[in-house]
Design a protein around this ligand. Structure first.
Ligand SMILES: NC(=O)c1ccc[n+]([C@@H]2O[C@H](COP(=O)([O-])OP(=O)(O)OC[C@H]3O[C@@H](n4cnc5c(N)ncnc54)[C@H](O)[C@@H]3O)[C@@H](O)[C@H]2O)c1
Length: 340
């Protein structure tokens, strides 16, 4: 199989972690051959730094060039349809940065477009692929915790210096950050979400959107998900992910979700407490590479990637339901209301 030719659309901040990750983890499957960004200085600096040969100032020219068979779409959330539709029509597979779209309805129409084309489309929730989360998923799949009762994931850090396009986003904390946390909760719960209750606060005066979220997610089989995520934790950053089941408990502790050091505790009813070092060098960059690697393997085998567009509709529905609930003062919102 020849190596895939990847084009990066949006050569901004996160594009650096992507290319490093791809080259570290997925280099045998493909490489970045093209960059695309309307900001000529950013494009040139990026392509020079990472030795990317082809440069395009707009996505249509990149798509029409026939030089790539994979696009990594790494632009702000407002730039999705203008790239996804022509890329689908050209048979180009895509890794799309989160959030998949601004609303659930956008995400559903992109998913249907990709499935009709057909092309493989994955959403970059790379934080699923951190070692602790993969180990938790394995423990759950092996039945070590019994039937899952609750997945609780809280994250506290200081993001009061938010600026750039993020400062203008009406949907901020959930859409731009804790959508990752929600995605992990729904992936570990492993069943369909049913309803959401949420409360948000706008505690950073220099940004438009919310900076604090507390929410609960009701899943099928009575499973409960819960999350507190704050950008206003001035001190004591913390990332905690806890799964409790009928036969045991597991707890992952880090100081922030993208950090390298991590301890995972697993204690089953019939076993000793296990303390597992889940630390990983360059965990963030490595998980970016893993996200692309899984997409490329899915393209080669014709299978669906774990982080497929279709799977992400659950995450996007929870996000829309959370915003609706918050707008109603924390009232319970059925998922069917936002997916109808
Ligand atoms: N998965 C993660 O952990 C993670 C982390 C950070 C950011 N992100 C996501 O990545 C995306 C980009 O974030 P960022 O921090 O890199 O932003 P950024 O502002 O640093 O970079 C975005 C780039 O996109 C370019 N761009 C804008 N419109 C374009 C268009 N039509 N065609 C091509 N390029 C265009 C901009 O010029 C800019 O260079 C967002 O969706 C964000 O939520 C994900």
């Amino acid at each position: 199989m020849s190596r895939h030719r990847i084009g990066i659309v949006g050569t901004g901040g996160i594009a650096h972690a992507h290319i490093q990750g791809y080259r570290t983890v997925a280099g045998d499957l493909g490489d970045v051959v093209a960059g695309c960004d309307p900001d000529a200085d950013r494009l040139a600096a990026y392509c020079d730094q990472h030795d990317v040969p082809l440069r395009f100032s707009n996505a249509s020219d990149l798509i029409d060039s026939g030089e790539v068979d994979i696009i990594a779409l790494l632009t702000p959330p407002a730039v999705r349809a203008e790239v996804i539709e022509p890329a689908c029509n050209a048979g180009i597979h895509m890794l799309v940065e989160k959030p998949f779209g601004e609303r659930y309805a956008d995400a559903r129409s992109f998913t249907e477009m990709a499935e009709r084309a057909p092309v493989k489309m994955a959403i970059n929730h790379e934080l699923r692929f951190n070692r602790d989360v993969l180990a938790l998923r394995d423990a759950i799949a092996a039945g070590r915790l019994g039937d899952i009762l609750s997945v609780v994931h809280d994250h506290y850090y200081d993001r009061r210096n938010t600026r750039g396009w993020r400062a203008d986003e009406e949907r901020l904390e959930i859409a731009i950050f804790s959508i990752h946390v929600i995605d992990r909760i729904q992936w570990l719960a492993g069943v369909e979400p049913v309803a959401v209750t949420a409360m948000t606060r706008h505690w950073i005066p220099t940004v438009r959107g919310e900076s604090f979220t507390a929410l609960t997610i009701e899943f099928e089989r009575d499973i409960v998900g819960s999350m507190v995520s704050s950008w206003n934790a001035n001190r004591l950053p913390e990332c905690r992910l806890r799964v409790d089941g009928t036969a045991g408990s597991a707890l992952s502790l880090k100081d922030q979700v993208a950090g390298d050091s991590c301890e995972l505790l697993i204690h089953t009813d019939d076993g000793e407490l296990e303390r597992l070092d889940m630390g990983q060098e360059n965990a963030f960059v490595t998980s970016m590479g893993e996200s692309m690697r899984r997409l490329l393997l899915a393209v080669d085998s014709g299978s669906e990637p774990d982080h497929s567009a279709r799977d992400n509709l659950k995450t996007m529905a929870i996000m829309d339901a959370a915003y609706l609930s918050a707008s109603r003062g924390g009232a319970r919102v059925e998922i069917s209301e936002v997916t109808a």
